[in-house]
Design a protein around this ligand. Structure first.
Ligand SMILES: O=C1O[C@H](COP(=O)(O)O)[C@@H](O)[C@H](O)[C@H]1O
Length: 223
């Protein structure tokens, strides 16, 4: 694991956005298309705001979330809503977006079609993961029924998750897809998440799902 500490959140947002742009651009030099998998939640919007204005051949980039909350796209807890407001605008409006919310009554109803939507964009070129203070990442929550399967090397591409720590049913990419990304970044801010990261480093992925991704990740942190 590489750990990068920034003097402040603004600097983190600027420098991480440039790093992601560079890695996607480099990949596009030798490939027709690149894929960018990003987190939702409360942390990444400043990174997205910077990223959306960066020069990149966005028309050859496919963007999707690592997880989605099973709510309408205009709901305030929708991760897609966050992306539409902060990432899929400006220069990045040209990117292709694969929405994980289908409008089906439950995420279980959509799992098969979502697998088909994501499959053409694998392996993920660049994944950015967030983390909660409970050490969940994407919607891989400690204690969630099915978590062991979602962490297994033979997991399906996506799974529906219903966890105590989550307010609504979710859909998540499984560890198999997320771990196979070419470049892996973890984005965390604040002292509580830094402490959680230290706990996760000593834990088992079943108790601290973010642990499954740390060995190959660059962790970006600012107070
Ligand atoms: O519920 C979620 O939580 C994590 C962490 O979110 P944050 O609000 O603590 O930044 C996020 O990475 C995930 O995509 C989201 O659905």
């Amino acid at each position: 694991m590489e750990f990068v500490e920034y003097p402040d959140r603004e600097m983190l947002a600027l420098m991480l956005a440039d790093k992601l742009t560079g890695q996607l651009g480099q990949h596009l030099r030798t490939n027709d298309r690149s894929s960018l998998c990003v987190p939702g939640g409360t942390t990444p919007s400043p990174v997205f705001d910077n990223l959306s204005g960066n020069d990149l051949d966005w028309g050859r980039v496919t963007v999707f979330l690592g997880d989605e909350r099973w709510v309408n796209g205009d709901h305030k807890r929708s991760n897609s809503r966050l992306l539409r407001r902060h990432l899929l605008k400006d220069k990045a409006a040209a990117a292709d977006y694969v929405d994980l919310y289908t409008g089906d009554p439950t995420p279980e109803d959509a799992i098969e079609v979502l697998g088909q939507r994501i499959e053409p964009h694998l392996p993920i070129t660049v994944v950015v993961l967030g983390m909660g203070t409970d050490m969940h990442t994407a919607s891989l929550f400690p204690g969630a029924p099915g978590l062991e399967q979602a962490l297994a090397p033979d997991a399906p591409p996506l799974m529906a998750i219903r966890a105590e720590g989550a307010d609504e049913p979710r859909v998540t990419l499984t560890a198999r897809l997320l771990r196979n990304a070419i470049h892996t970044h973890v984005l965390i801010m604040g002292p509580e998440k830094r402490e959680a990261l230290e706990r996760a480093r000593k834990a088992d992925p079943v108790d601290a799902p973010i642990r499954a991704f740390l060995d190959d990740a660059t962790v970006h942190w600012a107070e």
